[in-house]
Design a protein around this ligand. Structure first.
Ligand SMILES: Nc1ncnc2c1ncn2[C@@H]1O[C@H](COP(=O)(O)OP(=O)(O)O)[C@@H](O)[C@H]1O
Ligand SMILES: [Mg+2]
Length: 463
């Protein structure tokens, strides 16, 4: 079985396929050359016979009364290789040479004015179809426009000569095609198969250990497509190795940040407890400072919590269920934390019984972040509107406010973690986490529009 697989692998290799194809193509080329040349061979043979016969007939014309001895006639016919020779002039027909018994003719060919296709057809017919025929050949006589020469002869010697010729050509073309195939094969192997093998070996080595610089290919410096592919492969491998290293460093850094955040949160929790203790004191100065202290410790704890949550790298897969949107929005509203003394209107425009299929917890978190952002943008007064519609195959949930719009510096990196915040105490994590959560639902979270008249975020969820 192992051997069989090895053999079939060799046959499927590029080299073997190229070798077989080259042999086939060269053989094809040889056949294309052979067919016309065998037709030409036959024409040549017949023309020579006609010339010979003409010469013999001229010799007869020169003799007195055109009469020669029986022996000489037989000798001439034998030399020409014909059974009879007839000379046709403008107004006379002369039987120059003939055997004692005239024979029936199987086929007659005029060898003047023949197109190449006709000649090929006749040659192939002679080669493959008929044996032992007696044929008549009609040919023009040079410088005598109205006269022609007819000879009758056995076809067999011609066929034998053609077979010999064909065999010679066959062996010759076999030799040539083998030689060419080997040469083409070696060239292709050297120029293409070998470098391809080198490249795929390098790809495999790179896949096994991408960090190992030795796994990268060393370009041969060729200027052609192969050289280019090698160069591109090298660039790709180098960049990937670099990116991988960077990612490893970032991962290590991430671990460190997670540890720091974790410990920091514990420390801050202690500070929180201490501040709560401080708040019990009656001193008016303390009463003035403590709320601000508690607020900033809260913010710091929030930052640590968010960072830790993000550091978990992946949220769990959404556990989808169908539920009504309106009650979820009530919960969101309850958790938004409107600032004290604010005059913010909360509008909901949700169709009756509007339901979505999603992870309720995760959609809650995404909506809460959008609404908190809106409240933070509005500061003390304005309107937040939540609407839900269905458009074809998506549910659209919009969170709209008439606040000042997203600042440019936030807009540039809006959905990037840690980068999109433009407010004091912001983490820049909210939108990036929200988008990740929605994308895990095969949905989308985008800014639909933002200007100094307000901002619209839209969540698209597949129906
Ligand atoms: N509705 C909004 N109106 C104006 N600015 C917004 C709005 N939503 C978000 N932003 C801007 O985008 C930034 C990024 O938001 P987010 O990713 O939630 O991080 P964070 O809220 O922690 O700053 C915010 O700091 C704010 O500047
Ligand atoms: Mg936010």
């Amino acid at each position: 079985m192992g051997n069989l697989q090895k053999i079939s692998k060799i046959f499927r290799s590029l080299s073997a396929q190229l070798l077989v194809l080259t042999i086939l193509f060269v053989m094809l080329a040889e056949i294309l050359i052979f067919v016309p040349s065998v037709a030409f061979f036959r024409l040549n043979y017949l023309e020579k016979k006609s010339e010979f016969a003409h010469l013999a007939s001229l010799a007869l014309l020169a003799s007195p009364d055109n009469m020669v001895s029986k022996e000489l006639k037989a000798e001439l016919l034998f030399r020409v290789g014909a059974r009879s020779v007839v000379l046709r002039g403008a107004n006379s027909t002369m039987l120059m040479l003939s055997e004692e018994m005239p024979t029936a003719v199987d086929a007659s060919y005029d060898i003047s004015k023949k197109g190449p296709l006709k000649l090929i057809e006749e040659a192939l017919e002679a080669l493959f179809l008929n044996e032992g025929r007696i044929i008549r050949i009609v040919s023009p006589i040079e410088n005598e426009p109205n006269s022609s020469l007819e000879i009758v002869l056995d076809e067999q010697p011609l066929i034998t000569a053609m077979h010999e010729y064909a065999a010679n050509i066959f062996w010759l073309s076999l030799a040539i095609s083998l030689l060419t195939a080997v040469l083409v094969f070696l060239t292709l192997h050297w120029l293409m198969v070998r470098p391809m093998g080198r490249m795929s070996a390098s790809m495999i080595a790179f896949r096994r250990s991408p960090e190992d610089p030795a796994a990268a290919i060393e370009p041969s410096g060729r200027a052609d497509e192969i050289g280019m592919a090698e160069k591109e492969l090298e660039i790709m491998q180098t960049r990937l190795r670099f990116a991988l290293k960077q990612k490893q460093h970032l991962a290590a850094l991430g671990t460190a940040v997670t540890k720091i955040s974790h410990d920091l949160r514990n420390i801050l929790s202690t500070s929180h407890i201490v501040s709560d203790g401080l708040a019990q004191l009656d001193d008016p100065r303390v009463q003035k400072i403590v709320p601000r202290l508690v607020a900033s410790i809260d913010r710091a704890i929030g930052l640590c919590t968010e960072t830790l949550r993000y550091g978990k790298a992946e949220e769990r897969q959404p556990e989808k269920e169908e539920f009504e949107l309106a009650p979820l929005l009530k919960e969101v509203k309850a958790s938004v934390a409107f600032p004290e003394n604010s005059r913010i209107n909360w509008n909901e425009d949700i169709p009756k019984n509007f339901s979505v299929t999603a992870d309720r917890e995760q959609l809650y978190r995404a909506l809460l972040n959008l609404c908190r952002n809106a409240v933070e943008a509005l500061k003390t007064s304005g309107t937040i509107s939540l609407t839900a519609t269905t458009n074809g195959s998506s549910h659209l949930i919009r969170v709209e406010d008439d606040g000042p719009g997203i600042p440019k510096q936030a807009m540039d990196h809006l959905f990037e973690p840690f980068a999109g915040s433009a407010k004091a105490g912001g983490t820049g994590l909210g939108l990036s986490i929200s988008r990740e959560l929605i994308m895990a639902h095969s949905g989308k979270l985008d800014v639909e529009k933002t200007s100094q008249n307000g901002t619209v975020f839209v969540i698209r969820l597949p129906v």
